[in-house]
Design a protein around this ligand. Structure first.
Ligand code: UT7
Length: 331
């Protein structure tokens, strides 16, 4: 294990202005505010309405927020990673465009795709680059324009997802703060439960795929829920056990925001009180790659140097895992 630790040293975020509320959804599909709230915990989501703007728009805004807050010269960034399930286009990489637009002229850049675990896996990748000693500043962005792949006539998916982006900077820590341990898992047998069937190499776009709505997210919600609820809790418990953390030691759970019931189950399994659980699903819904950095952004002011954070996520693929990280700065 490297002696260099990789710490998060800055956070930025962006969500579009437009709020798609439960009451608006009631006018679009056969649903109710009561059903959505009790089954998911979501009240509203943000949607990027502007035509011609894609995920890079959200990612650039989040990165610019971070650069401004940290007063950082983008030319100092070595690497830009973008986790996204909704790249601007299948080719070329969204991250490469984002890097150019924010002025990260000395960086290389690429996208990562592991659905709702994008940011969690991205933290692992970003940390490895820093721990190698070769790179000093890695910008990790989680961004998704989920509204571009959602059928707003399908009540089983359109109530869940929203658009947004968050960014963090990873740098070497001289004090040993940052990523301490990770437990990352995947199981390809899960891909039938949560997918977009067409538009890839198995089923390229055609008149039929468009007609049959195969370019939208399909989710067997009940099955995904079952896997998510047990696996997210399992990995969170495992990372605590492996690092001799009990519920008093953990300051914050940073859980993927897919469903409040999944988050509650994970927190219960960890023995954590409600006040230690970061949650903003009510305002943003599930923003896929952006949920974890949006939480860090919303709770940044409450975080203290040395705080022990457990991140946990579960997503399509299936992909899931947990990360134990210590916070490196007081806001
Ligand atoms: O982030 C990636 C990972 N994704 C997840 O973790 C999502 C996991 N899944 C879930 O969060 C939940 O399964 C959902 C929120 C998607 C659905 O909640 P559920 O409690 O599992 O509902 P269900 O799918 O079992 O459906 C229950 C009933 C069904 O009616 P019947 O068959 O019992 O008559 C559905 O047709 O609720 C119906 N229903 C709705 N009713 C009102 C489904 N969607 C809606 C809706 N409004 N929007």
């Amino acid at each position: 294990m490297s002696s260099i630790t990789a710490a998060i040293t800055a956070v930025g975020a962006y969500v579009p202005d437009y709020k798609l509320t439960n009451s608006i959804l009631e006018t679009m599909v056969d649903t109710t505010d009561e059903w959505i709230t009790t089954r998911t915990g979501i009240k509203e989501r943000r949607i990027l309405k502007d035509e011609g703007k894609g995920t890079s728009y959200l990612a650039i805004k989040a990165a610019e927020d971070l650069l401004r807050k940290r007063n950082l010269d983008p030319a100092e960034i070595d690497l830009v990673l973008v986790g996204t399930a909704t790249p601007d286009m299948p080719v070329a990489s969204t991250a490469v465009y984002v890097a150019a637009e924010i002025g990260a002229v000395n960086a290389f850049a690429y996208d990562m795709q592991a659905a709702c675990s994008n940011f969690l896996y991205g933290m692992s990748s970003a940390a490895r680059y820093i721990e190698s000693g070769r790179y000093k500043k890695v910008l990790l962005i989680g961004a998704d324009k989920m509204s571009s792949i959602i059928d707003y006539k399908d009540r089983t998916t359109c109530i869940i997802f929203g658009d947004g982006a968050g960014a963090v900077l990873f740098e070497p820590s001289e004090e040993g703060y940052g990523l301490q341990d990770e437990y990352l898992r995947s199981d390809g047998k899960g891909r039938e439960f949560l997918k977009i069937e067409a538009g890839g190499s198995i089923l390229p776009a055609s008149e039929e795929t468009v007609r049959d709505k195969k370019h939208f997210v399909y989710q067997d919600g009940k099955s995904v829920f079952k896997f998510a609820v047990s696996n997210m809790a399992d990995v969170a418990a495992k990372i605590m056990e492996r690092n001799n953390l009990d519920h008093d030691d953990v300051n914050w759970l940073v859980p993927h925001q897919a469903n409040k019931r999944i988050i509650d189950a994970t927190a219960n399994r960890m023995g954590l009180e409600h006040s230690k659980v970061m949650m903003n699903i009510e305002q943003y819904g599930n923003t896929t790659s952006a949920t974890l950095p949006l939480l860090l952004h919303d709770y940044e002011k409450q975080l203290k140097k040395g705080d022990k954070l457990v991140f946990a996520a579960f997503g399509g693929g299936f992909t899931w895992g947990a990360i134990y990280l210590t916070w490196a700065y007081d806001s």
